[in-house]
Design a protein around this ligand. Structure first.
Ligand SMILES: [Zn+2]
Ligand SMILES: [Zn+2]
Length: 390
């Protein structure tokens, strides 16, 4: 699961746009990306891991060497795109069978492809849009995919009809026990308005927003290439090409809320950050497991200061602003990337970020390490400047 994290995909993108990855440079990719890429002696890291990154449309393969795609070129630039934009694109581009895996050649014979990620996301959205039920067991999504036979291109009426049969889906999904399907559903829970508790996906959207996003999602079609590697390049070229698939946009949905958040000028890279922090279900999930009332930055105990409220704390996400929420395959959304801060400190931290990024003339942090370092630095300044401290 670790290799599917958005920030790892960005590191790998940087690597493959500056080096050719093959069976020969395992040590280099380990040192450049900071990932272990463990492989048995008989296998190279390339042979063990290339499928993951081909599935993510970062490169195709020619003569045993990586050929970067336009997706990798964009992901390699800091702040050029957000995790949400990338994942919504991948949702629309991913097919079953996949051009990254053996078995793709059957498509040339006219077999229809299915779109499993598109199906999964549309199912989650339809459940909120139609029933206003935010929690969905991962096995239920898998069972619905198996039982419905849907391709993922169906409209809202068709998806809403599936809801009548949902009671049986969880068991069907459980019986099928498809590990890869489970992992890929957790993978999309990096999207800002979703999170995972390990066995469920929780969607934090209003019914109206869920329907609007549902309407925006459509699998990429068009004549595909019989050669899997060419197909990877064809799909990847549709990312940011100016067509209808150019970036997922929130359109009139949650964006309006985000713009009123006070410390955002509505810049694209901040959107993902703020939608995560405004994810009300993720907030409940966090404080349920870490029931603190103390600000991580200034150490104010908000329960003591304002005893009539349980807490006056925001969630702050300490990864780069354009990053999604990381996911652990067992426990779900990783809570260590989130810190509770009082609203005043939260605003001040974002101003500190703005100042740092302005000096660096960048829109976002380069990586997790820089983001964590600057957070620690802002926190240090807050502690230093605390005139009430004893
Ligand atoms: Zn504070
Ligand atoms: Zn924040």
């Amino acid at each position: 699961m670790g290799y599917f994290q958005y920030d790892v995909l960005r590191e790998v993108s940087r690597f493959v746009t500056t080096h050719q990855w093959s069976g020969k440079n395992s040590i280099l990719i380990r040192s450049e990306t900071g990932q272990p890429f463990s492989a048995p002696d008989t296998h190279s890291a390339w042979r063990n891991y290339k499928r993951i990154f081909k599935l993510c449309l970062l490169f195709s393969e020619k003569d045993g060497v990586s050929v970067p795609t336009p997706v990798a070129q964009i992901l390699a630039q800091s702040g050029a795109v957000t995790c949400d934009e990338y994942l919504h694109f991948l949702v629309e581009a991913t097919t079953d069978p996949s051009p990254a895996l053996t078995g793709w050649s059957v498509i040339a014979d006219g077999h229809a492809v299915r779109h499993p990620l598109c199906f999964a996301l549309k199912y989650l959205l339809a459940k909120v849009a139609g029933l206003n039920v935010p929690i969905t067991p991962i096995y239920e999504v898998i069972g619905a995919y198996i039982d419905s036979g849907f391709s993922g291109a169906e409209d809202d009426t068709a998806f809403l009809n599936l809801m009548h049969k949902r009671a049986g889906y969880e068991q069907i999904g459980r019986n099928a026990n498809l590990r890869q399907a489970r992992e890929s559903i957790k993978f999309i829970s990096q999207i800002s308005y979703l999170h995972s508790d390990g066995s469920n996906i929780i969607t934090s959207l209003s019914q109206e927003d869920a329907m609007n996003i549902f309407q925006d999602i459509q699998p990429i079609s068009g004549p595909c290439e019989a050669d899997g590697n060419l197909e990877i390049q064809r799909l990847a070229a549709l990312f940011k090409d100016g067509s209808e698939h150019d970036f997922f946009d929130y359109k009139n949905t949650i964006l309006s809320d985000v713009l009123e958040s006070g410390f955002s000028e509505g810049s694209k890279v901040k959107k993902t950050h703020i939608v995560i922090e405004r994810n009300s279900k993720l907030r409940d999930f966090f404080f349920d497991r870490r029931p603190t009332t103390v600000c991580d930055a200034c150490s104010m105990d908000t329960k003591k200061k304002y005893p009539w409220v349980e807490r006056v704390l925001d969630l702050h996400h300490i990864l780069p602003l354009s990053s999604g929420t990381r996911v652990d395959s067992r426990t779900g959304t990783m809570l260590d990337d989130l810190v509770p801060v009082c609203p005043t400190c939260h605003r001040a931290i974002h101003r500190f970020y703005d100042g740092h990024l302005k000096i660096e003339t960048r829109k976002d942090f380069l990586n997790e390490k820089e983001a964590r370092y600057i957070y620690a630095k802002a926190k240090g300044e807050i502690i230093k400047g605390d005139c009430y401290a004893s």
